[in-house]
Design a protein around this ligand. Structure first.
Ligand code: TYM
Length: 338
């Protein structure tokens, strides 16, 4: 029996080098190893939890779909689909919302980060943290949509509907996968063995940092992320502005990030030879531009035929729905919905 793997990427913007190294590259390798049954999707419903414009959302969804394919996801080898086209995801998410405690959801690091709870200077001690969260929620400035809080229940549904054994993600998603495991155990204990407990597939803890603020992760919504379809000139321009350090001997988180990227894109042996950060940046820009040259061409061709792209997604959704439908029927029966 092949191991089943599943993962998704939000449709909040085009993909950057962090998404590639943390997730997409692994997806393609796992798919091509031939030893796995793969499910990959675009989380367009999760994209509704942060500010969005309808036109941009549909454009971003198509761009992310084209990027999956240009990077090597093959719809003949993997089930590749759009989350919102398989209705079972939202139905199971509701059921999980009714199983998961509010405290668990409030503790998720991504919620506290995205809800900007950090502005409230939350302390580390648990009781103080709880009190701060309650105070923040009573604060009139706290405009956070409920979807952001319930985000992990939808993610647990995305995963458990397909009963995968492995979920490849970057480090920032680990807490969400842990909550998914917890939800699966809760469900199994209360309603009988239903979900296998999935494992997080993390090749090594991997977090690509922002070029302008290397204490934060590179993100789709942050400024100046290195996008996979950036032109060679654009890559160089962005890297030239990257924060490094004033002293070449001391290094800094920004320098470590650039060196790590250089290793990832095949420049390992030369890392120690650089005497100036400009040389490091130019060499890195060249490596990244070369690495994604074929990707850029493929993406342009795929985007030129949007009809075919939407057809691929529709076919993927219909394959995914067959499995999701079975799991949901099993869940409904077990919990007494007739
Ligand atoms: P998203 O769209 O933010 O990111 C997609 C994948 O890219 C990884 N990633 C990174 N890895 C390293 N360094 C970075 N700077 C970096 N930024 C992003 C993420 O860890 C992720 O693996 N909630 C998910 C989408 C999702 C999902 C799922 C994933 C929805 N349902 C079910 C797995 C299973 C998210 O927002 O990822």
């Amino acid at each position: 029996m092949k191991e089943r793997i599943l993962s998704g990427i939000r449709a909040s913007g085009k993909l950057h080098v962090g998404n590639y190294l943390g997730a997409l590259k692994q997806f393609v390798e796992l798919q091509n190893s031939g030893g796995h049954e793969c499910f990959f999707f675009i989380a367009d419903l999760h994209a509704l939890t942060t500010p969005f414009e309808p036109k941009e959302l549909s454009q971003n969804t198509l761009e992310v779909a084209a990027e999956y394919l240009a990077a090597g996801i093959d719809p003949d080898k993997s089930v590749f689909f759009l989350q919102s086209q398989v209705l079972e995801h939202t139905e199971l998410a509701w059921i999980f919302n009714c199983l998961t405690s509010l405290g668990e959801l409030l503790r998720m690091p991504q919620f506290t980060e995205k809800a900007k709870l950090s502005e409230y200077k939350i302390e580390n001690n648990v009781t103080a943290r709880r009190q701060f969260i309650v105070n923040a929620m009573n604060d009139m400035k706290f405009h956070v949509n409920a979807g952001l809080l319930n985000y992990p229940s939808l993610m647990a549904a995305d995963i458990l509907l397909y009963k995968p054994t492995l979920v490849p993600v970057g480090e920032d998603q680990v807490a969400h996968i842990d909550l998914t495991k917890h939800t699966a155990k809760l469900f199994n204990n209360r309603f009988g063995e239903t979900f296998p407990i999935p494992k997080t597939y993390l090749q090594k803890p991997l977090r690509i940092m922002s070029l302008s603020d290397p204490t934060k992760k590179m993100s789709k919504t942050g400024d100046e992320a290195l996008m996979l379809d950036d032109s060679p000139q654009e890559i160089l321009r962005k890297l030239k502005k990257a924060v490094t350090a004033t002293d070449t001997k001391k290094g800094s988180p920004g320098v470590e990030n650039l060196k790590f990227l250089l290793e990832q894109f095949g420049g390992t042996s030369r890392v120690k030879d650089f005497t100036k950060y400009n040389e490091l940046k130019e060499s890195l820009a060249k490596k990244i531009a070369e690495h994604f040259a074929e990707f850029r061409n493929k993406k342009t061709k795929i985007m030129a035929n949007k009809k075919q792209l939407t057809q691929i997604l529709a076919e993927g959704a219909s394959k995914a729905q067959k499995i999701a439908g079975k799991t949901l029927a099993e869940v409904k029966e077990k919990i007494g919905l007739i």
